[in-house]
Design a protein. Structure first.
Length: 539
């Protein structure tokens, strides 16, 4: 289960990923139940969520990991990219535009309230409404009536989207503005979770003490310290918890988390700092994790700053060619990354190699020529914002040195104390020049790394890039009723991005992490999160 729960901005430089178990796959390897404590608590490395714990208000990894334990959506998908129904009993369409959803009966929220079609429709209408300030509201933009509840200017003219209709307690319909053949995939993402009636009484209070429908229920949130969830025994899904709960423990550095792992004060870390990479496999033995995942690291200019307004793409192409990806990934990152040559990582439908062409190749001479041809880097200086708690300093310093030596353009890191602070500055349009981008898949299709990051107004587009040609190509990719055809058309849209370079792809993640001697059956999903429900705590 939870093969890829959420597309999200990634906090860490190094994120874990193992082959995901299929949805409803149970606990994986069998083991003697007498050797495990079914009520044992698992501690997991994390950080402070940026926003209240509301499903449509989280687009980063710290909050998303917590929400994945508390809420369950209609669908998920397995490691082969196949849709699996979770809270949905069926989802049907004849034209990829009108969808009928039937829910499984018997599901309840943690307060005992029944999960109904109304629970979904009310939640989505709330999430879409511009007045509620939900960071992931754009994920509802496919639905008819979104423009009325979320207008580009002014106040909403409606409080409900016309495209959502409740048929009966367990059935509702979704009408989209145009065809979208992969819509089922999107429904696995956090914003599409249902909400109980209590949410609407006081959304802010609910965000501090959420009530979900997932395998765990909320216990406590000590800000900047930890979030605790405990097993929900009446959970109706197949992924029932095999432990007593999860404690998401905040760390201000990967180094600190690793030391706690070694000393037995932490059970699972989803990141290893660059300085610990050369030794962690020998330290942890078979408890060390190293495997690719579908995620990408990028360098993102913010197009609202004067420095990048109307910039000639040749300048960005030159900066890209000034980055010695091979050397940085082999030395600073200890071969835990794969140099990127496209916007879409391997393992995702529609991945195509070498889309960037020469822009992904290290060539100091050509880099300098392109920057000159494009009119130069304004101010002849760039800064790269990043979160200090994610293990980024070393590679950002190395990247800046590479740019400086190749082109003479001054490059410096702009460190922020934690990921929440980093994201706040992005959302408020207060990034000075560029920022470190990291994105892990929500659904295994190239659209998720293209439209959801570079489409005008997309929630993940915090560089605020806008290109009419790309938007039109993306729209064409969604007008077809064929999933395969949509993937092909998005490949053409990706080629258009390569011409403009709205972000500079750096490398694909090769994940690294580990777990303690106190736990077993630790597996990770494609999105890098532990599969929490299957972790077992030793007695």
């Amino acid at each position: 289960m939870r093969g890829a729960k959420s597309a999200k901005m990634v906090a860490s430089a190094i994120v874990v990923a193992l082959a995901a178990t299929a949805c409803g796959g149970g606990s994986g390897e069998s083991s003697d139940s007498k050797g495990f404590d079914p009520d044992g608590i698992v501690t997991v490395r994390s950080g402070e969520p940026q926003n209240p714990l509301q499903p449509a208000n989280a687009k980063e990894s710290n909050a998303s990991a917590v929400l994945s334990t508390l809420f369950q959506q209609l669908t998920d998908y397995d490691e082969d990219g196949n849709i699996v129904y979770v809270n949905a009993d069926s989802i049907e369409t004849s034209d990829s535009k009108m969808w009928t959803v039937k829910l499984k009966d018997g599901w309840t929220f943690h307060n005992g309230e029944k999960v109904t079609a109304q629970s979904y429709v009310d939640a989505w209408n709330y999430g879409a409404n511009i007045e509620h300030g939900q960071t992931n509201s754009s994920w509802f933009s496919d639905i008819v009536g979104y423009d009325e509840v979320h207008p580009e200017k002014g106040k909403p003219t409606a409080d409900k989207m016309k495209g959502l209709k409740v048929v009966d307690d367990l059935t509702f319909t979704i009408e989209l503005g145009s065809t979208l053949p992969y819509y089922e995939y999107k429904l696995a993402y956090d914003p599409f979770a249902p909400l109980p009636k209590a949410f609407f009484d006081d959304p802010e209070a609910f965000g501090q003490k959420p009530v979900g429908n997932g395998p765990y229920k909320f216990d406590s949130w000590k800000h900047n310290k930890s979030v605790k969830v405990v097993r929900y025994d009446d959970y109706k899904g197949e992924d029932k918890a095999e432990n007593g709960g999860i404690t998401f423990k905040n760390y201000d550095s990967l180094e600190g988390a690793y030391q706690d792992l070694l000393s037995g004060n932490l059970d699972v870390t989803d990141g290893i700092a660059p300085k610990d990479l050369p030794k962690y496999e020998s330290d942890l033995g078979d408890r060390a994790v190293s495997q690719p995942m579908a995620a990408i690291q990028t360098l993102v200019p913010v197009f609202y700053q004067e420095q990048w307004k109307d910039i000639d793409p040749k300048v960005l192409q030159g900066l890209s060619m000034a980055i010695d990806r091979d050397t940085i990934t082999k030395t600073v990152l200890n071969d835990t990354r794969i140099p990127a040559s496209s916007f879409v990582p391997p393992g995702v439908k529609g991945y195509q190699k070498d889309v960037l062409g020469e822009a992904a190749k290290y060539d100091p001479k050509r880099a300098k020529e392109l920057i000159k041809e494009g009119g130069g880097v304004p101010k002849n200086k760039i800064s790269v914002q990043y979160n200090a708690d994610g293990g980024h300093k070393e590679w950002i310093d190395a990247m800046c040195n590479s740019i400086r030596q190749a082109t003479g353009v001054e490059c410096v890191g702009d460190s922020k104390p934690d990921f929440a602070t980093d994201l706040e500055l992005r959302d408020k349009k207060q990034v000075k020049s560029m920022y470190r981008g990291g994105w892990v898949l929500d659904y295994p299709m190239n659209a998720n790394f293209l439209r959801d990051l570079y489409g005008t107004g997309a929630a993940g587009n915090t560089g605020f890039y806008s290109n009419e040609k790309f938007d039109d190509l993306a729209a064409d990719a969604e007008k077809t009723t064929s999933l395969e055809e949509s993937v092909k058309l998005y490949q053409e849209a990706e080629k258009a991005l390569a011409e403009d370079l709205p972000a500079i792809p750096l490398w694909y993640y090769r994940a690294n992490g580990g777990y303690s001697k106190q736990v077993d059956n630790v597996k990770f999903a494609q999105d890098g999160d532990p599969i929490f429900h299957s972790i077992k705590v030793k007695k």
